[in-house]
Design a protein around this ligand. Structure first.
Ligand code: ZN
Length: 80
């Protein structure tokens, strides 16, 4: 068994959350309802949230800054 501390994580498509491989929820999630991510960063970028039970790594957003930082990454004014 590989060490999964900072390795891949499992995402539950239904609940949009991701888990450590050892989490009991992974086992409860059906094969067709889970997705393997290379890392917690990948899961985060896909819009998944860390499980509050197994507490997988929860990387902070780095690629896209909050508008409160004064940095506007994407223009939000394209909608008429
Ligand atoms: Zn979990």
């Amino acid at each position: 068994m590989p060490n999964t501390a900072y390795g891949g994580v499992w995402g539950s498509i239904k609940s949009k959350s991701y888990h450590l491989a050892s989490c009991r929820y992974v086992k409860k999630t059906g094969k067709n309802n889970r997705i393997k991510f290379d890392s917690a960063v990948t899961a985060r970028d896909a819009g998944y949230k860390p499980c509050e039970v197994c507490r997988p790594p929860a990387p902070k957003l780095s690629a896209t800054k909050s508008p409160k930082n004064g940095l506007t990454v994407l223009p939000d004014t394209t909608v008429p």
